[in-house]
Design a protein around this ligand. Sequence first.
Ligand SMILES: [Zn+2]
Length: 387
Amino acid sequence: MKFEKENRPFIGLIIYMENFIVSARKYRPSTFSTVVGQESITVTLKNAIKNNHLAHAYLFCGPRGVGKTSCARIFAKTINCSNISSDFEACNECESCKAFNENRSYNIHELDAASNNSVDDIRTLIDQVRIPPQIGSYSIYIIDEVHMLSASAFNAFLKTLEEPPAHAIFVLATTEKHKILPTILSRCQIFDFNRIKVEDAVKHLKNIAEKESVSIDEEALNVIGQKADGAMRDALSIFDQIVSFSGKEITFENVIQNLNVLDYDYYFRIVDAALEGKVTDVLVMLNEIFEKGFDGHHFIGGLSAHIRDVLVGKDEATIQLLEVSESVKQKYVDQSKKCPVDFLYEALMILNQCDVGYKSSQNPRLLIELSLIQLSQIIESKKKELV
Ligand SMILES: [Zn+2]
């Protein structure tokens, strides 16, 4: 069985590409203050500009889609702006800013090392580095996925990195910091980008939805934020995909259907039924889940995660760890009050055994059913122990 259902066909995507500007591009941040979820980095970069303490080489590390290239571009634009604002943002109005915003600035050079990783590619870049900029003060060289450069390309680059001309600034970006040679690391100021918190992604999407007059509730946005798993770029493209399928009135159901996410309501209901020992109800719900095309192994993983979240919901201090909307958080708190800790521990153990045995099982469905029956008997067997 496949882990998840296949994605929807591409027809819808083609239609919407004609009608919409992809949100990721339209809402690309244009100033430091509009970068989502990377405050400590943008503040540090602004301070460097303020104090005129620019390094010659920066290394931006972090997962994909979290704003590394966007920050590099904003940084490049800001240090070349001729009318920089009092809070050290680019004016977006001077000739240099306009050139940047229209992608025609000569002060920025981008190399994607994933596809241009040969020594010749780097030599071409090094030749450019020597030429001072005609307008503005700095030429910025962004090398994306820099860990992909070949060893000889790295070596060729190292010399330039050691003695760069005064006008040149390198911003190296990578998703895999551990693959960067120490000789490069030691010459760069290193910035570690965070994965985007669900909360931040939701806030940003909410803002965009308002601007695009799309009506979508917070719980639906939360599902998108969770599915994007820390990448703002993914959150935006998922949002676009859903707008293209569902139009401008988007419900929670639209989102979970589109993303093949199992409605978490099932998990709440299954745990409630298991607490009361209602085996039949639990098995009927499981059948519904299978009929909707969800994969069993995926379901067991989801139920384990749910029970972990209920456990987390037992404590005021840990409840904040849940990346869900306030109303759903309350549901967890309510359910955790009903669940004895023993029940949760035992449930986690049962589900873990099911998870481990799943792949080697001849009849995985029966395995899940048995596990759910065990789950529904925990409370009853505890009572017997006490007698
Ligand atoms: Zn400007």
